[in-house]
Design a protein around this ligand. Structure first.
Ligand SMILES: [Zn+2]
Length: 401
């Protein structure tokens, strides 16, 4: 993404609107006055509903955090209008879905310097508001769903279409400012056709989890029809996506969750068998359900709490694929089982834009369906984070903007 953008405008330098926070009325008056100004830019911005600060900058409503911490660091406030590079697009955000990534980004990650202040939010549906001078494929008014991943666009991996292996790869809302705001800036290449059968919230629930689950099961584990798959955490966004993808490939799906209600929903999504992980030991239940054989593929994202059971649930030649570690990073592997059973442990990170396009075609065809658990208004982002952190959801938690 062109670096002439949000980041400099959001720098820590003292700024006029820091000193005039109590004069909202004046901002509104200034915004109204600017309608009469004869510069197109100002009229355009007022039409978009942007407010103008006393310093002359236009402002957008956004969730911003200035330091890492709990949900209380998320402030519903105003941030400078994102500035576009030549190949960037300004998108009026309609909905932004949350991911576990948002909790990590808010809390801070060791070794990952997230620029502060920061606007989170990776999964964005919306409408193009403005385009940079070299943008060709989208135009104002067009509905779009944004691919979350942002690569450098120049390295060998990006040029090979594997931008999720780019050394500079990140997501909107991760290193770059994200979609928990009225407007977000993104590269033109992140704009994908909107799945017209879905409403804004359903569309926002698609990108990260379906792209991640697809890359894990198809890109990395090379799932084949008829295989047996253990999906951990069926209630999570990636879990609910993985069940559907594995069923689309004609696999037998065994899903785990921590409540009867979630297990029933997993069955509705297509899971053939379910395991209540508080009532049964996962490895024992898998052994029973597979006539002692184990599963071909384990879909992991839970980490320390389930790792041993996941590893022990693999059949000879089985593949364990993981994209996360929500309960911790520590894991052990018994090398005897690894080589004797000829197992594979596969790491997976996000997905490529090509995989995203594939997923969107299947969503548009009704083969894969986003699962929205609960919708919060943007201003209640903190409460939405708390709810996601509680683990009570089945599917996605989405903010409406
Ligand atoms: Zn790159």
């Amino acid at each position: 993404m062109d670096n002439r953008g949000q980041r400099p405008a959001l720098s820590r330098a003292p700024h006029a609107h820091d000193f005039f926070k109590d004069i909202h009325e004046l901002r509104l008056r200034l915004a109204a006055v600017s309608v009469n100004e004869r510069t197109d830019g100002h009229v355009f911005r007022v039409e978009l509903g942007l407010r103008r600060c006393v310093c002359g900058e236009f402002l957008v409503k956004a969730i911003v955090f200035e330091k890492h911490g709990g949900p209380e660091v998320l402030k519903y406030t105003e941030a400078p209008e994102p500035q576009l590079g030549a190949r960037d697009v300004l998108v009026r955000v309609k909905a932004c879905a949350l991911n576990h990534l948002d909790l990590w980004v808010r809390g801070g990650l060791p070794g990952v310097p997230i620029p502060l202040p920061h606007i989170p939010g990776s999964d964005i549906s919306g409408q193009v508001a403005k385009v940079g001078s070299e943008v060709k494929r989208v135009s104002p008014g067009q509905k779009v769903l944004l691919a979350p991943g942002v690569g450098c666009g120049r390295c060998a991996m990006c040029l090979a279409g594997q931008d999720n292996k780019c050394p500079e790869f990140s997501n909107l809302g991760y290193i770059h400012d994200g979609g928990c705001a009225e407007f977000v800036r993104c590269p033109e290449v992140n704009c994908f056709p909107y799945p017209e059968k879905l409403n804004w919230e359903e569309a926002a629930a698609v990108p990260l989890v379906f792209q991640t689950a697809w890359h894990m099961l198809i890109g990395r584990a090379q799932l084949r029809p008829g295989e047996q798959v253990l999906v951990l955490g069926a209630g999570s966004g990636v879990g609910s996506a993985a069940i559907q993808i594995a069923k689309f490939f004609g696999c037998r799906v065994i899903a785990t969750a921590g409540s009867e209600e979630k297990l029933a929903k997993a069955k509705e999504l297509g899971a053939d068998e379910t395991i209540h992980h508080h009532k049964e030991k996962i490895r024992d239940a898998v052994r029973k359900l597979t006539a002692k054989r184990g599963v071909d593929v384990v879909f992991e994202h839970v980490g320390t709490a389930t790792w041993d059971d996941s590893f022990a649930s693999l059949s000879p030649g089985g593949r364990l694929v993981t994209c996360g570690a929500t309960t911790g990073f520590d894991a052990k592997i018994d090398l005897r089982f690894l080589f004797v059973k000829q197992l594979s442990v596969l790491g997976s990170y996000m997905g490529t834009k090509d995989e995203f396009a594939t997923v969107l075609r299947l969503v548009a065809a009704g083969k894969l369906k986003p699962i929205v658990d609960r919708i919060f208004p943007l201003a209640e982002c903190g409460a939405a984070h708390e709810y996601l952190e509680s683990g009570a959801q089945f599917g996605k938690v989405v903010l409406t903007v």
